[in-house]
Design a protein around this ligand. Structure first.
Ligand SMILES: Nc1ncnc2c1ncn2[C@@H]1O[C@H](COP(=O)(O)OP(=O)(O)OP(=O)(O)O)[C@@H](O)[C@H]1O
Length: 600
């Protein structure tokens, strides 16, 4: 199986390179990150001088004469107060550097993810659920931001404070310091164990969330079908099962996440206990001053914060690592349709106008399913070609080959002798308009939907395209005309209206090659006839390739092609095909009969 065929889940097992992937984003901010870390270190270094100052203050009180003691204590107090200012400054600078970096990285990854989504082709989207993609774009990116910002801050809070405090404590009394470190292996084990568990659970939770988002998205989009087939109960219990398992995994994650802090607090508590017991004895024996003892215990108390920071860091870093691995797996997906791009000498040049279209022994297979088998066609520029054939004959597959939404498994699609695979995608697609079988309308106005492929079109151009697509009467019936909001996926329009909006969208670009994939199937015969006449008399020259189910639509085409089981079985003009005992002639007789019956 090639890389492109792997699912994100399969990539997840190959997460070795996710660190390099993350670094590719971090690298740009390494200076800012280094400053951020330096600010955290500086802030904590200043913070950790405070117990030292307290110790000096206490020992000054205990050992100095009364008149100098109060001045000494005042000086120490001043020192403690003065330390607050740079601490605050470093704290703010650290937050600004690390948090702004995390926001920038989140922004860049999201931007790249959107670009990547657009670059991935139908082969990816046919096996990926929309909800899945949404989960990546929202939840995983959020976890990455939390890792780079608060996670990194917490990590450096922990790792700088610990050695500083331990160095000062060791310098005062290394015996007592070693004794205080006895619970360290337990804390270390807790960090590793909980960290591993958090990562596994979070990974599972993110996958479950993806599945659940996909299910919500599908059920909500298909709510009419669910209602029509009285499947509310079944859908609810199916969703409930997923929801329950999601909640269970979250409870487990919460258990591991929340157990980390108490376990670390327990380890710190044990250390404090050791220091109080053993250190107290040292004070009584006179081998440790009261000031040093107080400093020791203050450090121990102060250490609880960085230790807890380490716990938080492990939590956020493990979640972030799971999400980076998932994102990396997604970014590792490659589109099958590769854009050859524009070569240096062609950049900036106007695209070469497309003229003659040729299918040269084209075959397309989806696994074992052969959709097209050795199709050869030559379509001169400016001609109108109708493609007909039974369902599953390969008509849509043929249409999708023209703008390279699909590549042939063998054979070649050419424009003026040039393989479409050698043409820059932008140049190819900018000259071709495909109105596909399933129209997709955005939740915007009618006008905005029509202008989707030509955002700079003027109002009169939009109105002209709408008129050509036979929408004029419908627009008159809408009080807001082109400003009418069509609702999510165009729910406020009839099937035929949606198809004509999609057709107007295709026409507005005045394409050189117009491909209509059964675009008029839900339009009544009279309107369809009107539209086809409009297309024949368009004010610009174009090739029209249209897939039709009705003979009435195909009769005026310059060339009619009948596909069956992926092969061209008949081809010719309307009267030529009618004269023979062909599939076309049989279909014409049948449709005539239907028409007569309907008239009766
Ligand atoms: N993405 C795909 N993956 C697998 N098989 C596919 C895919 N797209 C099409 N096929 C198969 O290829 C064959 C041709 O499909 P195609 O959509 O081109 O037929 P059609 O003539 O347009 O049919 P209809 O008139 O019903 O729209 C069918 O057997 C279909 O199941």
């Amino acid at each position: 199986m090639g890389e492109a065929e792997k699912t994100p889940e399969e990539f997840q097992t190959n997460t070795g390179k996710w660190k390099a992937f993350l670094w590719s984003y971090l690298r740009r901010y390494r200076l800012r990150l280094a400053f951020g870390v330096a600010f955290v270190v500086a802030r904590d270094l200043i913070g950790y001088t405070i117990p030292l100052l307290i110790s000096i203050g206490i020992d000054t009180l205990a050992h100095s004469p009364r008149e100098t003691a109060s001045a000494g204590v005042a000086l120490v107090s001043l020192g403690i107060a003065a330390a607050a200012l740079p601490r605050f400054a470093f704290q703010t600078a650290a937050r600004l550097s690390l948090m702004s970096t995390s926001r920038n990285i989140e922004y860049e990854m999201r931007r790249d993810l959107m670009r990547h989504f657009f670059a991935l082709d139908a082969s990816f989207w046919s096996r990926t659920r929309v909800g899945d993609a949404m989960a990546h774009a929202v939840n995983d990116l959020n976890a990455v931001r939390m890792m780079v910002g608060p996670g990194a801050t917490a990590l450096f809070e922990g790792v700088t404070a610990l050695p500083v405090a331990l160095a000062v404590m060791g310098w005062v009394n290394w015996h007592l310091t070693l004794a205080a470190l006895l619970p360290l292996p337990f804390a270390f084990w807790a960090l590793l164990y909980a960290g591993r568990m958090i990562r596994h659970r979070f990974d599972a939770i993110q996958s479950l969330f993806s599945t659940m988002s996909a299910a919500v998205q599908q059920t909500v989009s298909g709510v009419r079908v669910v209602r029509a087939f009285v499947q509310e109960q079944n859908e609810t219990s199916r969703f409930d099962e997923m929801n329950r398992s999601y909640a269970k995994s979250n409870r487990e994650l919460a258990l591991y996440s929340s157990s980390l802090d108490p376990m670390l607090a327990f380890a710190t508590g044990l250390s404090v206990l050791i220091v109080l017991g053993y250190g107290g004895r040292l004070v009584l024996e006179g081998s440790l001053s009261v000031g040093d003892f107080v400093m020791f215990t203050t450090y121990m108390a102060l250490l609880s914060r960085p230790v807890s920071s380490l716990g938080r860091a492990v939590n956020l870093l493990q979640r972030g690592a799971a999400s980076v691995a998932r994102l990396h797996a997604l970014f590792a997906q490659r589109p099958k349709i590769v854009d050859p791009g524009v070569s240096g000498k062609d950049s900036g040049a106007a695209p070469v106008p497309l003229r003659e279209l040729q299918f040269d022994d084209v075959s397309v297979s989806f696994g074992k399913n052969v959709a097209l088998a050795g199709v050869s066609l030559r379509i001169p520029f400016g001609s109108t070609v109708a493609i007909l054939g039974p369902t599953g004959a390969g008509k849509t597959t043929l249409a999708r080959l023209i703008p390279r939404l699909l590549d042939p498994s063998s054979g070649c699609v050419r424009f003026d002798g040039r393989d479409v695979r050698d043409m820059p995608l932008e140049q190819l697609r900018s000259q071709i308009s495909l109105a596909s079988q399933e129209t997709y309308l955005f939740s915007a106005t009618l006008g905005e939907n029509i202008a989707m492929g030509a955002p700079s079109a003027s109002a009169s151009q939009i109105a002209e395209a709408a008129q050509m697509a036979g929408l004029e009467e419908d627009l008159r019936a809408f009080p807001l005309g082109l400003q009418t909001i069509v609702g999510e996926r165009g729910v406020m329009l009839s099937g035929g209206q949606k198809q004509r909006v999609a057709l107007a969208r295709a026409l507005l670009r005045r394409p050189r090659i117009l491909v209509l994939d059964d675009t008029l199937s839900r339009v009544d015969a009279v309107t369809a006839d009107f539209i086809l006449r409009q297309l024949r008399h368009a004010s610009w020259s174009q090739t029209t390739v249209f897939i039709a189910t009705r003979i009435a639509a195909a009769r005026h085409a310059d060339h009619i092609v009948i596909l069956s089981e992926g092969r061209v079985v008949e081809a010719g003009r309307h009267d030529e095909l009618l004269a023979s005992n062909s599939y076309y002639a049989r279909m014409a007789r049948l449709q005539n009969l239907e028409h007569e019956l309907a008239t009766l």
